[in-house]
Ligand binder design. Structure first.
Ligand code: FDA
Length: 504
């Protein structure tokens, strides 16, 4: 007989349904999975951008790309464009850089990063433009792939934007197809015991018991937070934003171009996300309540949109995470485990990582929490690393309002990041700076942000020999010319979305 584990998941947002589908696919007949969600409480309904890892997650779960585009209202995302982060806009003079998902072009016989660094900062091309064709493709509002390319494949790395409610509904449909039992109702109480959770009481389905309880109840953290009293560790000393004012803005017409990058525009005390969905743009003004009033945030958002004829809702959050996310027979995934802030879309990345680790670590025999310590250590390292990466976006800014000055204050920079920044003064970020398998962002992600923000790495007076430099120049020219060719050949973004969405 197959040894089975019973799993109860509380919460039916992206975290709950993604975890349910992932575990159902990974564990098959070795697990029975029940998910309880409260339609009355609902889901947070934001989180419209993902990271490229989502492609392998969706493929694993068994959702094909056409279904994803159609049912989650997905569009392609090729990275994040940062407007006005380095300094305030002065008239038409704005600072802009792209953090593309595609890695810099790598040549065996030339270190292009070093060659770019050796060029005159006043005249060289922006880093992302010099190192990848994706900058040009995104600027031209082109898609990252041809219609003939296979599901989740393409020459350029990409992720998606999507409607958060439709994504949860799609993941629910797939999880149910994979055999997950769906219960609608509210958790009304939790009994704790030696193992952690003894049972959860519900309004419509009596008491539920399981070998493993997964807390996906969002910021309420019903199991890990409220019942087991595991408190969060605040990241507020480093990351200051704690509120978002979110809205949807209709396109001018059904054929309006759809951007294939998230635009992140800095403002006096935070930034605004602007995401091209299929039928509307999703916008959110992210800010620090210690530096900006809600009324001023609304003014800033209206100024960005160009009018005030829209409804917006305020979403408060506390940047931080629970250092112990797996206690006994209870593990938290998603907002119940932690949340840092919307920048760089790291919420779903962390859900994907947690679901995959639970699938690997859940033993079919013996104590259910045998690998809890390892899970906690790995999730902690991920949250800490993401905190560093997010802080990097803020701490190099020369903007002059209190929010940005506080962000540049050395006391607010995590020690690990400060140490790396000191090293990067004389060498670029290296793959050995980061622990593969533990971190979501690689050296090249840091390079795009670091050099996009104008950071200088001084390689010393020994500029590369002429011959090598000439070879590097030919490679840079090749990137430019591939970029022009890609813009000419790749389909327009909306056209590809339409085409893929019509496939059955
Ligand atoms: P969510 O709140 O969606 O779901 C909780 C579930 O628990 C619901 O089904 C609810 O009904 C249920 N529940 C709660 N209490 C219950 C009870 N007592 N009984 C029964 N059910 C109960 N991430 C990202 O990757 N990219 C992004 O761009 C963003 N942007 C972003 C912006 C802002 C402002 C925020 C706050 C967050 C993001 N995120 C994000 C994070 C992202 O939104 C989040 O990780 C996912 O939506 C997952 O949310 P959860 O499923 O954890 O909670």
């Amino acid at each position: 007989m197959v040894q089975q584990r019973s799993i109860v998941i509380v919460g039916g947002g992206t975290a709950g349904w993604l975890t349910a589908a992932y575990l159902a696919r990974a564990l098959g007949s070795r697990a029975t999975i029940t998910l309880l969600e409260s339609p009355g409480i609902g889901i947070i309904g934001v989180g419209e951008g993902a990271f490229p890892t989502i492609r392998s997650t969706l493929r694993f779960i068994g959702i094909d790309e056409a279904r994803f585009v159609r049912e989650a209202g997905a569009t392609f995302k090729q990275g994040v464009r940062f407007d006005d982060w380095r300094r305030e806009a002065v008239g038409d003079r704005r600072h802009r850089y792209l953090h593309p998902f595609d890695a810099p072009y790598q040549a065996d016989d030339a270190d292009l990063v070093a060659h770019w660094l050796a060029k005159d900062p006043a005249t060289r091309e922006p880093f992302a433009e010099a190192m990848t064709i994706q900058n040009r493709v995104a600027d031209a509002v082109r898609a990252p792939k041809q219609p003939s390319e296979g599901d989740y494949d393409g020459p350029l790395a990409y992720a998606y934007h999507f409607d958060a409610h439709r994504l949860a509904a799609l993941l629910r449909a797939r999880a149910v197809e994979l055999g997950v039992r769906h219960l609608q109702g509210e958790l009304t109480g939790v009994e704790t015991g030696e193992q952690g959770i003894a049972c959860v009481h519900t309004d419509a389905h009596g008491a539920l018991t399981a070998d493993l309880y997964v807390d996906c109840s969002g910021f309420r953290a019903e199991l890990l937070g409220r019942a087991l009293r595991v408190g969060p560790r605040s990241a507020k000393a480093h990351l200051f934003t704690d509120r978002a004012l979110a809205c949807k803005i209709a396109y001018a017409g059904p054929d309006a171009p759809i951007e294939s990058v998230t635009t992140a525009t800095a403002h006096e005390a935070g930034w605004i996300w602007d995401i091209g969905l299929q039928n509307a743009r999703g916008l959110g003004c992210v800010y620090s309540s210690a530096h900006l009033s809600d009324a001023r945030a609304a003014e800033i958002l209206c100024g960005y949109v160009g009018h005030d004829r829209f409804e917006a809702r305020i979403i408060p959050f506390e940047p931080g995470w629970r250092e112990t996310q797996w206690v006994g027979n209870c593990v938290a995934v998603g907002l119940a485990g932690g949340f840092l802030e919307p920048l760089e879309s790291t919420g779903i990345v962390l859900i994907e990582a947690a679901a995959a680790m639970i699938a690997d670590f859940l033993p079919m025999a013996g104590p259910v929490d045998a690998s809890a310590g390892r899970f906690n250590q790995l999730m902690n390292a991920r949250y800490a690393a993401i905190t560093n990466f997010l802080k990097l976006h803020y701490c190099l800014s020369q903007r002059q309002t209190a929010f940005w000055r506080d962000n540049a204050d050395a006391a607010s920079i995590p020690d690990a990041l400060a140490a790396l920044l000191a090293e990067w003064r004389h060498r670029p970020p290296s793959r050995f700076d980061f622990q593969g398998g533990v971190e979501s962002f690689a050296a090249f992600n840091y390079q795009y942000v670091l050099y996009g923000m104008g950071f200088e790495t001084d390689l010393g007076p020994s500029t590369p020999p002429r011959g090598e430099q000439a070879h590097a120049e030919r490679l840079f020219e090749r990137i430019r010319s591939f970029g022009r060719q890609a813009v000419a050949e790749l389909p327009e973004h909306r056209a590809l979305i339409r085409e893929i969405g019509q496939r059955m």
